[in-house]
Design a protein around this ligand. Structure first.
Ligand code: NOJ
Ligand code: CA
Length: 717
């Protein structure tokens, strides 16, 4: 690792300094810090001479405290330094990441109470990260936060893409509105089937994406959320000030701390080009380097699974139809099966055959273990033991069959939100996986939390989610947690955390539906913190074809489903539809077979939140590129330059686009595949219909391979 650390400048401890300023390495961003009226610490962020964040307060309210911890401070020390290193992620969008920032470290003292607080600012070219540190000190050791008082004072009534403040879930469609409209729209935005815990009419979740009228894009989120509650924001919609609102625990407390300790980083990514927001590596850079020494067992995964059929109601997770308590079941082998159990030997073998035939790494099997009859009506916390298969799932034989065919089964642990139950069984469950040849688990936390009153995003659960990831690493197991707290870049330190759900995924397309522009917003919001198991690749958009009782339709064309493998970055990608459906569209399916899941390079070609996202990525260790474009309900004509290709080389591009008459509503399955020769001088213009998009695979070719091809002459040459 190339590492240049240039520690410089002032260390003026014990000197009282009033204001401090640093600039980003490229000089575009300026961060000011000062202790202002009543001794309250504050900061301000300026981008290209325009204020992005006006003077904003910093500090805390500590439970039982007699002296508010956000005022009466003096600066007792400051230190400025520079940092520049380049590091290689275990997997990722690019081969190398540059971590370059100018840093300001502030030491504050509250004289009246003899307590100290430190604040660390890191100013990158793409934004700001800052966090608080509580040093070891006699006057503040064990304490409980009542609230963090960090402000983000915006300059005006920006446009925002937001989801309501909710302690339990991010499974929402986004609303686009002015900040001043949030209060009036939030009731409609809340999905009371998903959650009942919006914390206020003006509460918002991060990552919050905003755009000012003069075209500055601002994204607020957090990095390295460890042993602390999740950050939400509360909006003052008169002055447009966002204030931190930490996720409470069952008692309403906001975090138990013990000094010395640090908060997560608060992040503000800023640019006047929306593409920079998607290219930003700020959140990853603020996380710790990899903590796992041997990472050779951590590999990106492309998988299929016994899953979509349960989601749309064709088959069931459960083996019988009634809760076992009602039936008095103790032995499933003596119970009449319902005839619709998805995870049965025969069905699983079908998926294994399909995965092997088409080069997939793994087959997820949900509903393999006893307990599903009870899981949704849980009243006790011991629904699942994660060890006992249903009688029609032959764990040993199926794993042998899969391994013989070069495929792995992927474990599924639905915890039903019974977190202590999961922790009690965790070692046994992971050991059981190792013994049976599993190396990856999808976990889930559906429903209200047990212990009762905890929230999915409270400090207690934040700790649980990381505990599961570190425990899994001890067993060399990769993790994909659903219904988790939303990611904050922890996969840099723990790359066995391949992905999370923590947003509204494809599954909703088989239920209430997703907004048509959803996949043009997620990269700007949910994906800022880390990869999502979005489970794209649905080709049959009409659910009633499978299940007459399900009238849902997927709001997307087939071409756009292909694009999502590129635009929704994740080292874990599922081909979510059934083998039988893919058999009908093998030419389009070819893209899913070929698309990479790990990359050496990424170029954000076109991007506007809520409208379109076009991304090109270079497959790891190859000279092949893949391009994806997803667009909103209005359609869009995408125009891209292929300047990212090597000069002097010729490539074959296979374009999977919407047919002229395609439309997400009434003609979603109409696509066209065409091949053209391209070079780095080529320009492509591709029409995307409403709810549409396109995908391209670009492979370097020898000129002789182009003979006989209609468009043999490279486009643009
Ligand atoms: C919700 C998850 O998101 C979904 O993928 C899973 O199949 C169900 N829970 C059951 O665990
Ligand atoms: Ca879910």
């Amino acid at each position: 690792m190339k590492k240049i650390v240039l520690a410089t400048l002032t260390s003026i401890f014990s000197l009282i300094v009033v204001a401090q300023e640093i600039k980003s390495p490229d000089g575009n961003l300026t961060l000011d810090f000062a202790v202002r009226e009543k001794g309250s610490p504050g900061y301000k962020l300026t981008y290209k001479n325009k204020e992005v964040i006006q003077w904003s307060k910093l500090g805390f309210e500590i439970k039982g405290d007699h002296h508010p911890f956000d005022r009466d401070f003096e600066i007792v020390g400051t230190e400025q330094s520079q940092f520049d290193e380049t590091w290689q992620p275990v997997w990722g969008e690019v081969k190398e990441i540059r971590n370059r920032y100018n840093q300001l470290f502030i030491r504050l003292k509250q004289k009246a109470t003899d307590r100290e607080l430190m604040i660390h600012f890191r100013l990158f070219n793409d934004g700001l990260g800052f966090r608080y540190e509580f040093p070891l000190q006699d006057s503040l050791i064990y304490f409980t936060l009542k609230e963090e008082k960090t402000e983000f004072a915006l300059t005006s009534d920006h446009t925002a893409w937001w989801i309501p403040g909710d302690y339990d879930t991010q499974e929402y469609n986004y609303t686009k509105s002015r900040l001043s409209q949030v209060r009036y729209l939030s009731k409609d935005a809340v999905d009371y089937n998903v959650s009942q815990t919006p914390f206020s009419d003006t509460g918002l979740q991060t990552s919050l994406m905003m755009k000012s009228d003069d075209g500055v894009y601002i994204n607020i989120h957090e990095a390295a959320l460890i042993d602390y509650p999740c950050l939400h924001l509360d909006l003052d919609d008169k002055d447009f000030i966002l204030t931190s609102h930490l996720n409470p625990d069952a008692q309403g407390d906001k975090g138990y701390l013990q000094a010395p300790c640090k908060t997560p980083w608060r992040t503000i990514i800023v640019s006047d080009d929306a593409r920079d927001i998607l290219a930003s590596k700020l959140v990853l850079n603020l996380n710790d380097p990899c903590k796992i020494e041997d990472t050779s067992w951590i590999k990106p995964v492309k998988y299929v699974g016994v899953w979509w059929e349960m989601i749309n109601g064709m088959s069931t997770w459960a083996y019988t139809d009634l809760p076992s308590v009602q039936l008095g079941i103790t032995d499933y082998a003596e119970t009449e099966p319902n005839g619709k159990h998805g995870a049965c030997n025969e069905n699983v073998r079908k998926y294994i055959d399909f995965a092997a035939a088409h080069g997939f790494d793994a087959v997820l099997v949900e509903g393999w273990n006893i307990g599903w009859e009870d899981w949704f009506n849980k009243s006790k916390d011991y629904v699942f033991d994660f060890l006992t298969p249903y009688p029609d799932f032959d764990m040993k034989a199926l794993n042998q069959y899969a391994h013989m065919k070069g495929v792995k089964l992927m474990m599924h642990h639905e915890t039903s939100g019974s977190t202590r139950n999961y922790e009690r069984h965790m070692d046994a469950a992971y050991q059981f996986m190792v013994d049976n040849g599993y190396n990856a688990v999808k976990s889930g936390y559906v429903g209200n939390m047990l212990p009762r009153g905890e929230y999915h995003s409270s400090q207690w659960m934040v700790n649980h989610f990381l505990y599961a990831v570190t425990k899994a690493a001890d067993y060399k197991i990769m993790v994909n947690a659903h219904e988790s707290v939303r990611p904050t870049g922890l996969h840099r330190a723990y790359p066995n955390l391949l992905a999370n759900e923590a947003a509204r995924g494809t599954e909703y397309e088989a239920m209430a539906g997703n907004s048509v522009d959803h996949t043009t917003i997620l990269p700007f919001t949910r994906l800022i913190g880390g990869p999502m198991d979005y489970t794209p690749g649905i080709f049959e958009m009409d659910m009633s074809v499978h299940n007459p009782e399900n009238e849902s339709k997927v709001s997307s064309t087939i071409a756009r489903q292909l694009a999502l493998y590129v635009t929704m970055y994740s080292p874990l990608q599922m081909a979510a539809d059934y083998p039988e459906v893919y058999e009908k569209y093998m030419d389009a399916f070819r893209f899913i077979k070929k698309v990479a899941v790990d990359w050496d390079d990424t170029r954000i070609l076109e991007a506007e939140p809520g409208d379109y996202v076009t991304i090109a990525r270079k497959a790891k260790g190859t000279n092949n590129w893949f391009v994806g474009c997803t667009v909103d309900e209005n359609g869009y004509t995408s125009k891209i330059d292929l300047t990212f290709l090597d000069a002097g080389k010729t490539y074959m591009a296979t374009i999977y686009g919407d047919a002229r008459d395609a439309h997400y509503k009434n003609n979603p399955k109409a696509y066209e595949i065409r091949k053209v020769a391209v070079t780095n001088k080529s320009q492509l213009s591709q029409k995307c219909v409403p709810g549409g998009g396109y995908a391209i695979s670009i492979v370097e070719v020898d000129k002789s391979q182009l003979k006989g091809l209609k468009n043999y002459k490279p486009v643009g040459s």
